[in-house]
Design a protein around this ligand. Structure first.
Ligand code: BGC
Length: 915
């Protein structure tokens, strides 16, 4: 592998382009946008100062060097003049109304208090401005869904008042939505702003990307990756959203546009795939060709307007209703043009495999249960710039049913419910869902892998297998039951074995395993930037939805090529992403991390990301497999889904990522699927994933996931079903060697509930992953072994000193550089979980009135800023800190020179009371 040097300027430029191409222009009356050169702009909405680069939770915790918000970027633009008086008014108001971060995990509010905009303020601003830009913002995230209430999916009263006064006072109003997911859009009709732009959460370059579109530097070319309906209640999946125990996926395959285009066209405001440009395009369908296995539509896209721009072409299918019933449209292919100058045209050829048009028969109604079939009749292919505008490109007939693939029934529901179905007249009706008919225990028992006879330590190291001097079988034969059980445990969070501040380590997580030459591989959140909780900065990219809206696979590939390099430089084998769950409703708190309501778009986006990263022997862990469609009660909720909806909607994107993206790592979910929690779901993880799709990578649980035996309640550490199902890694344990997560792997082995063969099979998955990753060569380079990729990362790697509090009395900080602007970060490994008294000895020079501050951060959060006078006397400050995890970070930041440090000590005070 070649040496790589991460080009941050290029990273910023591509990220900015992606943020711009992800922007979706929904409305542009009177050519309100772009802002013309020299125009004066009044910017309303506090989010101009508080840009959301991403949502909250694990998917948003990237420490960045900078974030460019929308106002920052407007200020940088020399294309326009800003209404400074209005900016001053906001700044004054913000002094008393700072951003509310909330207290603790998942506590940030979905929306921030907005400054009231009176009719007078709006009129005064309008008097000497050409147009108003109103910025509205929303966040949401892990553990925190959206809700159909004001301040989340709906606008707040203050926001509505602002829109009312601004649109009354200004002739041109452009509303920019800095949101993670689609929101209610009824206000467009009510206030009639001239322009509306979804700018999503665009990462640290997001403001620049958005302003490029506002000023016309980039002509918008983003398209909606979701349908925007009139009302939240129009989404058929909303009925049970938020339920505690069970979610019944009664809408079945009719998710998003598949539902609306089939049964509720009039309930759509902006259809799937929709998005305007500042120019006009004409799409001419040149030909439609039915090949042996593939279908091809050739088109010509012509820019008929006055500005250069890009257009997205989408190809949809309408299949014969047959006995199964079909959605009116399904996306089958898409492509984006190059930048076309006015008058310029480009020919595009969009091909896809015919078998993509097959539907899954989960009931046997066609005579072919558990098979993908193409029913007899006419298959029509449409092409155009969105699902509504797509026109007939051609069609072909099938005389009699064709069986495309015969599969095995897998993951079928075990409780009855009625699902939506289109009957042969095209009417939406309901039918009973087919339930499971197979004996799962029997299936598992029949497939138990043979154990490799145990040999004990033969001196074979993993590098011998890597260098093809020994077989993997012989290597695994050496591992004891204890070693095998330990190998199944990930260590984290913040494992000192790997890059500081990351989510977990796996592989060499005990002394024995390390002695066998198994290195510790590293995984970090994800998906849109590397999360390193010790404060290391990384690049923050546009979020999943924003990337999906670009419909630009080449651009996304370029971006993730750089992500691959960044992972390699930080010695991280896999980023925990892309997030691939389907936008089943607009309200899932993590929709910003995910791409779309459509599985093809989702799968293609993920596949290009993986292929781009895989080049560097690092990868992504596609998540959350499968049906993680609500954050509320995510550990407890059981998704009840038909096999057909799973195959055609929820699994489809993952299947594409495995087959086309060569996915090597997958994360299961917290929740249940048809009664079996996914981390222990054999059919999901073995029958479908490995046997049917040929996946041979690793599967890891979500962090501290619960697992169950069918019919029982799921609980943490219940690794017996996990091992059996081939979910290879339990993430995460504080101390894998001592089984601090109290898993029952060895107990299960002793009781015959799992076998040594199963453990060895999972061990092989993990070891193969490690040998295919950059960590293997990196590890060998440490031993002086020949390695052509050992030096592949040129960027300095984060190395950190760790202090084990169980072994030492005090940390000596006397050598720390305390000059202005310097900081020091180190790790501490605590003994017992609890509240500790931290004591720090320090003194400062400069005289009695000198104020010398040091800021203390514990695990990336500011604890306090300690300011002392420059008396030259030693003093000891005391702070109470909670050490929840085993591995923690302390950072000291010096805003002024003149401080001297002595020792830092930690005394255990009391246990943390759990709630
Ligand atoms: C999230 C995952 C994440 C993991 C590690 C979990 O809570 O659901 O998406 O990757 O934590 O931070």
């Amino acid at each position: 592998m070649e040496k790589v040097k991460l080009d941050l300027e290029k990273y910023a430029a591509i990220s900015r382009q992606a943020a711009a191409e992800g922007c979706v222009l929904l409305r542009n009356e009177k050519q309100a946008l772009p802002i013309k050169k020299g125009e004066k702009v009044s910017v309303f909405g506090r989010i101009q100062f508080d840009y959301y680069k991403s949502g909250t939770g694990s998917g948003g915790l990237v420490n960045t060097e900078y974030v460019v918000g929308i106002l920052d970027a407007l200020k940088l633009s020399d294309e326009l003049v800003l209404n400074q008086e209005l900016i001053d008014t906001y700044e004054e108001w913000l002094e008393d109304n700072p951003f509310d971060h909330g207290e603790g995990w998942a506590q940030e509010p979905w929306t921030q208090k907005e400054m009231p905009v009176s009719a007078e303020l709006a009129q005064k601003s309008a008097a000497d401005s050409d147009l108003a830009v109103v910025i509205l913002g929303r966040t949401a995230g892990e553990d925190k869904d959206n809700s159909a209430t004001k301040g989340s999916y709906l606008l707040t009263d203050t926001e509505e008042e602002m829109l009312a006064s601004v649109s009354e006072a200004f002739d041109r109003v452009a509303v920019v939505l800095n949101v993670g997911n689609i929101i209610d859009m009824k206000w467009v009709d009510k206030y009639q702003p001239e322009a509306v732009l979804y700018a999503w959460h665009g990462g640290m370059e997001g403001g620049n990307g958005t302003v490029d579109v506002l000023t016309g530097k980039v002509n918008p070319s983003g398209k909606l990756s979701d349908t925007i309906a009139v009302d939240i209640s129009d989404y058929p999946s909303m009925d049970d959203f938020g339920n505690k125990d069970t979610l019944i996926y009664k809408e079945d395959i009719y998710v998003g546009y598949r539902y609306f285009e089939t049964a509720a066209k009039d309930r759509v405001i902006y259809p799937f795939g929709y998005g305007l440009s500042y120019t006009e395009f004409e799409i001419d369908i040149l030909s439609f060709e039915e090949g042996e296995d593939s279908l091809t539509v050739e088109l010509e896209v012509k820019n008929t307007g006055d500005l250069a721009g890009k257009e997205v072409v989408q190809v949809y299918a309408a299949k014969p209703l047959g006995k199964l019933g079909k959605a009116a449209r399904t996306l089958e292919a898409f492509a984006k043009t190059n930048l076309l100058e006015p008058g310029q045209s480009q020919k595009l050829s969009l091909s896809f495999r015919k078998e993509q048009l097959a539907s899954y028969d989960d009931s046997g109604i066609t005579g072919h249960k558990s098979s993908y079939v193409m029913e007899a009749g006419e298959y029509k292919i449409y092409a155009g710039s969105d699902v509504r505008k797509a026109e007939l490109a051609g069609s072909f007939e099938i005389d009699s049913l064709e069986v495309i693939k015969e599969l095995k029934e897998a993951c079928a529901p075990v409780e009855s419910f009625r699902r939506l179905k289109v009957d042969s007249d095209g009417r939406m009706t309901e039918e009973e869902v087919p339930e499971r008919t197979i004996d799962l225990d029997q299936r598992i028992a029949a497939k138990r892998p043979e154990a490799i006879p145990s040999t004990g330590d033969q001196g074979i190291k993993l590098k011998d297998v890597y260098q093809e001097k020994a077989s993997l079988e012989d290597f695994i034969a050496q591992l004891s039951d204890q070693d095998l059980a330990c190998l199944m445990r990930g260590e984290g969070m913040n494992s000192p074995r790997v890059t500081p501040g990351t989510a977990g380590a796996f592989g060499g997580v005990s002394e024995n395993l390390t002695d066998f030459g198994i290195p510790a591989a590293c995984c970090a959140d994800g998906p849109s930037g590397i999360r390193m909780d010790c404060g290391t900065t990384a690049f923050s990219l546009p979020n999943g939805t924003s990337l999906a809206c670009t419909f630009n696979l080449d651009l996304v590939a370029k971006l993730f090529d750089l992500m691959g390099q960044e992972l390699l430089a930080n010695q991280i084998e896999t980023i925990l992403g892309p997030g691939m769950n389907i936008h089943r409703t607009p309200l899932n708190g993590r929709n910003f991390e995910y791409f779309s309501e459509d599985p093809l778009l989702t799968g293609k986006m993920a596949a290009v990301q993986l292929r781009a990263m895989n080049k560097y022997k690092v990868t992504g862990t596609i998540k959350h497999y499968v049906a993680n469609n609500q954050e509320a009660h995510r550990h407890d909720v059981n998704s009840v889904v038909s096999e057909r909806a799973l195959r055609e909607i929820y699994l489809k994107g993952f299947e594409i990522a495995v087959k086309e993206g060569e996915a090597a790592s997958i994360m299961s979910t917290y929740g249940g699927l048809n009664g079996i929690w996914t981390a222990g779901n054999y059919d999901l993880l073995t029958t479908i994933l490995r046997e049917e799709w040929g996946f041979d990578g690793i599967v890891m649980t979500d962090w501290w996931a619960r697992i169950n035996e069918e019919g029982e309640k799921a609980r943490k550490g219940n690794t017996i079903p996990m091992v059996r199902a081939q979910n290879d890694l339990y993430m995460v344990c504080e101390n894998p060697e001592e089984n601090s997560c109290e898993d029952n792997t060895l107990k299960g082995l002793a009781e015959g509930k799992i076998t040594r063969g199963e453990l060895q099979r999972n061990a092989a998955n993990i070891l193969k992953f490690i040998m295919d990753s950059a960590v293997m060569e990196r590890d060998l380079s440490g031993t002086g072994e020949e390695s052509d990729a050992a030096e592949s990362a040129e960027e300095p790697v984060n190395v950190m000193e760790y202090y084990d509090l169980t072994e030492l009395d005090a940390i000596d900080l006397s050598e720390v550089d305390t000059s202005k602007g310097e900081s020091v970060v180190f790790g501490i490994i605590r003994g017992e979980r609890g509240i500790y008294k931290l004591k720090l000895e320090l003194k400062a020079s400069g005289g009695e009135v000198a104020q010398v501050p040091v800021s203390l951060f514990v695990n990336n959060k500011l604890d306090s800023t300690i300011t002392i006078n420059g008396t030259g006397e030693w003093q000891t400050v005391e702070k109470e800190i909670s050490l929840w995890s085993k591995n923690n970070y302390i950072k000291l930041y010096f805003a002024q020179s003149g401080m001297e440090l002595g020792r830092m000590t930690f005394e255990f005070e009391k246990e943390i009371e759990s709630n």
